[in-house]
Design a protein around this ligand. Structure first.
Ligand SMILES: [Zn+2]
Length: 217
């Protein structure tokens, strides 16, 4: 059984949303699920942004991202925000869920969401902060996704125990961990619900919250 993985950089992964960036769009194919990223560590120039938009408008990408804000990025925050807002506009125009990379700029993400009022589902991947922030994001209708650290980080385990399954996903990101190990830990934290059932819940949750599978416009 291939378990649904919300965000991975492993291009051989099955039943996973594979992160491509503008430099490896040639890897897109119909056999797998892909998201197209515009990472805050790199600013897309006009040509690259045009390619980005053309990719999203012409191919059936499952999601957009990772895109977002990062306090450690060398790119000026105002430029990061400018790029992020352009990516949000593309996500809204082409009805694609948005997978968000956020390091230390959660207030900005929340404020942007409040001001732009996007309709597409927003998912913050690799969430590793406090439960208070997790709850705040969920109350803003932002979903979370947890990676390998769920297997050992008590703080994150407590969060998973206390939030509803409809509010989060699981992911491997760039780690070599087997997604199954993350599912097994999640199962343990959620009254031993079996992983096949968990897989179904996360898959359906993604389907119900996105235009996944719908023909691209
Ligand atoms: Zn990633």
């Amino acid at each position: 059984m291939s378990l649904f993985d919300l965000h991975t950089h492993n291009t051989n992964s099955k039943n996973s949303i594979i992160d491509l960036d503008i430099n490896n769009i040639h890897m897109f194919n119909r056999e797998a699920y892909f998201s197209l990223s515009a990472h805050p560590n790199k600013l897309l120039n006009k040509t690259e942004l045009d390619i980005f938009r053309k990719e999203i408008s012409s191919k059936n990408y499952t999601a957009i991202g990772e895109a977002g804000l990062d306090k450690y990025s060398k790119i000026k925050l105002t430029d990061q925000i400018d790029q992020f807002e352009k990516i949000i506009e593309i996500s809204e125009t082409y009805n694609k869920a948005l997978i968000i990379h956020c390091v230390g700029k959660f207030n900005e993400i929340i404020n942007i969401k409040k001001s732009l009022k996007p309709k597409q589902t927003w998912i913050i991947h690799g969430f590793r902060k406090k439960s208070q922030l997790a709850n705040q994001l969920i109350s803003e209708n932002i979903k979370l996704s947890f990676g390998d650290y769920l297997t050992y980080d008590k703080k994150i385990q407590d969060i998973v125990q206390n939030i509803d399954l409809s509010n989060f996903f699981l992911e491997t990101d760039d780690k070599s961990i087997d997604i199954k190990d993350i599912y097994l830990k999640c199962s343990e934290l959620k009254e031993n619900i079996n992983i096949a059932k968990l897989n179904k819940i996360f898959t359906n949750s993604f389907l119900n919250n996105t235009n996944f599978n719908s023909p691209s416009k």
